[in-house]
Design a protein around this ligand. Structure first.
Ligand SMILES: Cc1ncc(C[n+]2csc(CCOP(=O)(O)OP(=O)(O)O)c2C)c(N)n1
Length: 516
């Protein structure tokens, strides 16, 4: 059994490989991108980039129907996109183990919000495991497949940037064989239609007692005795913070949800005060407060409700420092578009064409909102640029432009383009096609004709796709050719209907890499 240093993402991937998965899917998103990349590069498992998180989850669910094990990974906001199949899959249940890994991003280092995935697990009434280091990340992911099959439920593994992007020692184990396929028809359990729903919901509710017993059996949540009348409830990575801060205090280590209320009562009954440490929203703290009042945490104002748990507020809470030293004001250095980035060239032409309002989307091109470019007026979530522009244009506002990347367009922009054409709005849609998902590390897209494993595949034709969606005009330009780009944008803003300009040039980093 080899012991090596592993990134949290890689450890999760390795846990799934050791569990004998037959399939892994994902849509790129920091901090969870590396999970699929590891599986694609380091195993023979079928590993696929999906067009979006909803599709990723549904394909993984399909694999589970065959009796085989599947892993689906995504960043936290990805579950907003996949929430429809996710919620109902808990009613239908799974056959082969299905594990959904969420990469939460407290501090929003590379995200549009700080939402806490534990609420989704609780909402769907499924168990959620939360590791505190890379070893636990591997072990819990592996175990999650057994639990998934025992309960017949998808299992969530929630992790965060600090674990997924940090190295810690992991002991490797052998890889289990794949399961045989066994696809069965069972309409009572495979059809989420009204006549089945109440019964399926009842069965899901009945499983809650079993979930509790399994969490107890594996001792995921345990009391570590200590000295004194103040105790710490530490969730996930914060267990390490607690050990480092105060080795002697009693700790209730939380690694699985739902947390048994009796266990919390047992722990707090012998104490005068409790400190709750958790990354994300005050999920456990709210629970503790139901039956114990002397709680310090985020809701008491002792720790910030927003952002990651940082050193100073923790040291102050534990009485190690008297006050928090104000941070030295550093000169803000927002990320900028790379020199030579085709997006940068496109924005020069767009600004010159002087649109009334530019709705943005999420990708490298969002950096065009920052100075000195300042070309984007709004950014909400993936795929929203075309719909937002449609809404604005529907109120009679002219010369509105939407800017969206190639991957984002394929992710959720396509339905919005169909909607715009169907509802006959007048907008310009600019698809910035740099032949990759640049922001998350140059993953391929269906438009590149390359798979996650690096094999050639069918290549999606964006021009034909836009025409099929109902676009009134589609023009392809090279953003390095400023004159023709400007002309196409100008025409697109002036002509009625839905006009698409595809600004096509490979990401500068990608073309450099190909040359070297
Ligand atoms: C729902 C959701 N999934 C994933 C992400 C992570 N993410 C941010 S931008 C982006 C795609 C960027 O690719 P593209 O649209 O091609 O633009 P580029 O970065 O190449 O300019 C992804 C996957 C996210 N922010 N939200």
């Amino acid at each position: 059994m080899e012991k090596i240093l592993m990134l949290g993402c890689d450890a999760i991937a390795r846990g799934a490989i050791e569990a004998g998965i037959s399939y892994a899917s994902s849509y790129p998103g920091t901090p969870a991108t590396q999970i699929l990349e590891y599986i694609a590069k380091n195993s023979t498992v079928k590993a696929e980039w999906s067009v979006n998180e909803k599709v990723a989850y549904e394909v993984a669910y399909g694999v589970s129907l065959t009796g085989r094990r599947a892993l689906c990974s995504m960043k936290h906001v990805g579950l907003n996109v996949a929430s429809d199949p996710f919620m109902t899959s808990a009613y239908l249940g799974v056959r082969g183990g299905l594990v959904l890994v969420l990469g939460d991003d407290p501090g929003a280092y590379s995200s549009q919000n700080e939402q806490d995935s534990r609420f989704y697990a609780s909402f769907a009434k499924i168990p959620c495991l939360e590791p505190s280091d890379a070893q636990e990340a591997k072990d819990m992911t592996k175990l999650a497949f057994d639990i998934s099959e025992e309960l017949g439920l998808p299992i969530m593994v929630r992790s965060i940037t600090r674990i997924l992007h940090c190295f810690s020692p992991v002991t490797l184990e052998s890889i289990k064989p794949e399961k045989e396929t066994k696809l069965e028809k069972n309409p009572d359990y495979l059809l989420a239609i009204p006549r089945n729903v109440i019964r399926l919901h009842k069965e899901l509710n009945k499983k809650q007692e079993k979930i509790k017993k399994i969490i107890e059996r594996y001792n995921f949540n345990k009391i570590i005795p200590g000295k004194g009348k103040t105790g710490i409830i530490a969730c996930g990575v914060t267990y390490l913070y607690a050990k480092e801060l105060e080795e002697d205090l009693p700790i209730l280590k939380i690694s699985a949800y739902p947390v048994d209320e009796d266990l919390i009562k047992d722990f707090v009954n012998k104490l005068d005060n409790v400190i709750v440490l958790e990354e994300g929203y005050p999920f456990v703290e709210s629970l503790v407060r139901r039956f114990f009042s002397s709680v310090k945490g985020k809701l008491s104002g002792d720790l910030p409700l927003e952002g990651e748990l940082c050193v100073d507020p923790l040291l102050k809470l534990f009485g190690k420092i008297e006050s928090i030293t104000p941070k030295t004001e550093l000169i803000p250095r927002p990320p900028v578009l790379c020199p030579g980035c085709p997006h940068r060239e496109f924005y020069k032409a767009l600004k010159e064409a002087n649109p009334t309002f530019v709705t943005g989307d999420i990708g490298c091109y969002t950096l065009g909102a920052n100075p000195p470019v300042k070309a984007i007026d709004t950014c909400l979530c993936m795929g929203a640029s075309i719909s937002k522009a449609s809404g604005i244009a529907s109120q009679g506002i002219q010369r509105v432009a939407a800017v969206i990347g190639d991957s984002t367009f394929i992710h959720t922009g396509v339905p919005a383009l169909i909607n715009a054409a169907y509802n006959k709005v007048n907008i310009l849609v600019c698809i910035l096609d740099n032949s990759s998902v640049a922001m998350t590390g140059h993953q391929p897209t269906p438009a590149t004709g390359i798979t996650a494993k690096g094999d050639e595949t069918k290549k999606l034709d964006l021009v034909e796709l836009c025409k099929a969606c109902g676009a009134d005009s589609v023009e392809v330009v090279d953003p390095y050719d400023k004159k023709s780009t400007f002309e196409a944008i100008k025409k697109g803003l002036e002509n009625p209907g839905v006009n698409v300009v595809i600004a096509r040039r490979a990401c500068i980093l990608l073309s450099k890499r190909l040359k070297s």
